[in-house]
Design a protein around this ligand. Structure first.
Ligand code: ZN
Length: 290
């Protein structure tokens, strides 16, 4: 959400009369009483909210600012980590690693995940506990879909690395990806107990290439659109058991994660499913399921 302060901008640089009189009186008091001046705390300068977001989010190699709270207070930095109950219960197999920080990227309590709900993750991704718990729920749904649709057991899930300090869709500019906070995972496919492998790239019921728009309309005519050629949903396009399995996993994931992107989302996701727990909307309850 972007906050606007337009209403205040025109008043910058002017001090209302009662305030200026008060400041003059305070100045006179301090001049005659230096002890009082030492006791009055100096307010911390406010951050510059007008600074461009990119300058705040730019990854840097500096791990700690010289003016960090710890440095100002003269105490060593505290490494605060959060436990992951799913590791203790066995829902997730893996280990808690030390905090990872790279400029604006990082995670305080990343897990290296070996398996979720007894299903191996081939990439042993680095991710948060909340993501690991979501992946365990997704794994349960995938196991059931493998049995019901493919008639076999799920052996492993083929994943990416999870944490990556980068921007969305690997673009050179723009917002940092949820991968930059270990809050996302990409899944390229599934290995089955009977030796088969289902991949998003080969088995997703991909959309047909978009039809080029008709000739531009002449002045005064209605502009042509491709609205009538809107494709059927993936569940209706899925013709093979493998495609039905992938769509079932995607649909189950939409009830678990806040962002689910499939090849239907855009060409950047033509070969993997992206799951994350990013915040959408004012109270982080808006969901993206594509
Ligand atoms: Zn991703």
């Amino acid at each position: 959400m972007i906050c606007s302060h337009k209403g205040q901008r025109g008043k910058r640089g002017t001090i209302p009369a009662p305030v200026s009189i008060g400041l003059l009186a305070l100045g006179a008091l301090l001049a005659t009483n230096p002890t009082l001046a030492q006791e009055i705390p100096v307010p911390t300068p406010r951050p510059k909210f007008d600074a461009p977001v990119e300058s705040v989010q730019e990854p840097s190699q500096t791990p700690h600012s010289e003016t960090s709270v710890e440095a100002r207070m003269g105490v060593p930095p505290v490494i605060h980590q959060i436990a992951c109950p799913a590791l203790r219960t066995g829902q997730v197999r893996g280990k808690l690693l030390a905090p990872v920080h790279d400029g604006a990227c990082g995670s305080d309590s990343p897990l290296q995940i070996e398996a979720v709900s007894e299903v191996k993750l081939t990439g042993e991704p680095l991710s948060t506990c909340a993501m690991a718990e979501g992946l365990a729920a997704m794994s349960e749904a995938a196991k059931k879909a493998a049995q019901d649709i493919l008639g076999t057991e799920l052996a492993a899930i083929v994943t990416g690395p999870g944490y990556e300090c980068r921007r969305r869709n690997r673009a050179a500019t723009g917002k940092l990806s949820e991968h930059a906070f270990a809050n996302a995972l990409d899944i390229a496919g599934f290995k089955l107990a009977d030796g088969r492998q289902v991949t998003v790239e080969a088995d997703w019921p991909h959309l047909p290439p978009a039809e080029p728009l008709a000739e531009p309309a002449a002045e005064g005519e209605e502009a042509p659109t491709n609205d009538e050629a809107k494709p059927a949903p993936a569940s209706e396009r899925a013709a093979t058991p493998e495609a039905k399995f992938l769509v079932a996993v995607r649909d189950a994931a939409c009830g678990i994660f806040t962002t689910v992107l499939s090849p239907d989302s855009n060409t950047a996701h033509h070969a993997h499913l992206h799951f994350d727990l990013g915040c959408h909307g004012r109270d982080c309850t808006y969901l993206i399921c594509e």
